[in-house]
Design a protein around this ligand. Sequence first.
Ligand code: EPZ
Length: 419
Amino acid sequence: MPFMRGLRIVGGNRLSGTIAAHGAKNAVLPILAATVLCSRSEIKNCPDLSDVAVSCHILRHLGFAVERAGDTLTVTREDTGCRDVPPEWMRAMRSSILFLGGMLARCGSVTLCPPGGCALGGRPIDLHLSALRQMGAVITEEGDTLRCTAPGGLHGAAVRLPYPSVGATENLLIAAAGTPAETKITGAAAEPEITDLMAYLRACGALIESRPDGAILVQGREALTGCCHTILPDRIEAATYLAAAAITGGKVTVYASPEHLAAPLAALRRMGCRITTGEQSITLIAPERLQGAGNIVTLPYPGFPTDLQAIFMALAAAAEGYTAFTETVFPRRWAHVEELRRLGADITVAGSHAVIRGAPLIGSALTCTDLRAGAAVVLAALAARGESTVTAISHIERGYADFVPTLRHLGADICLTEV
Ligand code: EPZ
């Protein structure tokens, strides 16, 4: 068995210090997909992530020049490019499906296959396809290939999403911004990353009105100019490092928006953490021992984010008392449970519910099953007694830039190794 890159962790250190969250992965990916509508865009505060690299490969294949200078990506249209996204890049991440809306609006055709992404239970794209079909897209499914065209161009529509799907909302917004007509979206998701995408599209020339009732009105344009846009801080990354301080009895300040983390901060307070906030900063002081958080139900924003469920389950595993999770967004998002059990976690799962009773954690050999599950097992290992190893860390590198250096900066005994 060839050596694989992994992590070696010795638990017990209290984490403390100050860090700034990188640009949000789940904002930069839809915005890079939206750049296909424009002639030139400058995207600042872009994290250096493998998923961002995949987006850059796709953009170059579609006829765009992509240059990185520090944390700024410049995307410039060069030639007509190809009108397909190769399967290996479609399957590399979920966000590759977000090129569908922009390519249909800009050039009226694209061939692709269903996207990849973290294995969280089924990840269909029916809501994406149904929404774009209501704008005039003709999408035929031939085996694993989706041939998508917009004969005569896309047209405006009044689309109601039956579920506030983040990705379907983003695909629809991108398609509508590049279509010279009015499109009304109801039932849309309202995550901060979607607000950031709308800010980018507005700056590129699309007229987008967010109504108090949640409806979104888009007046798109045939040719959008592009703009210079700075990606908002990553709230999930910020909460991950706050959780690292919480589980190790430390103290951390993170520069990110507390408004975007209201539900997770409330749970951390229930667990005994002292939290103070500034306009764009959050400081957490952990108790000697965390308490159970009671009930946590994952919901679309502003509810508790499903992306923090695994990470908060790690906290609950180390806490005193009980925490119960109800996972309503991805009801089978439990791949991390088996790994946490290897550390001694006491977890019972039934359908979309899980109950955790805190227990002493002992170091073990662990693996990452998906991006947030990987972060969760690392946090649990930081609190466990003794040494742990973690494999398949490429999952973590999809969503956390400088993960190991940042944890070492905060005082963790963690290093890359061959396992
Ligand atoms: C985005 O995924 C995020 N990914 C996910 O973060 C996040 O967990 C999720 O939103 C929910 O907040 C990115 O932004 C790149 P959805 P997405 O469409 O768009 C069902 C991470 O760790 N659904 O809101 O795929 C779906 O199966 C990742 O950073 C359909 O049934 O999420 C799920 O049950 C993981 N049909 C629910 O809706 C569809 O066509 C929510 O999915 C689309 C979705």
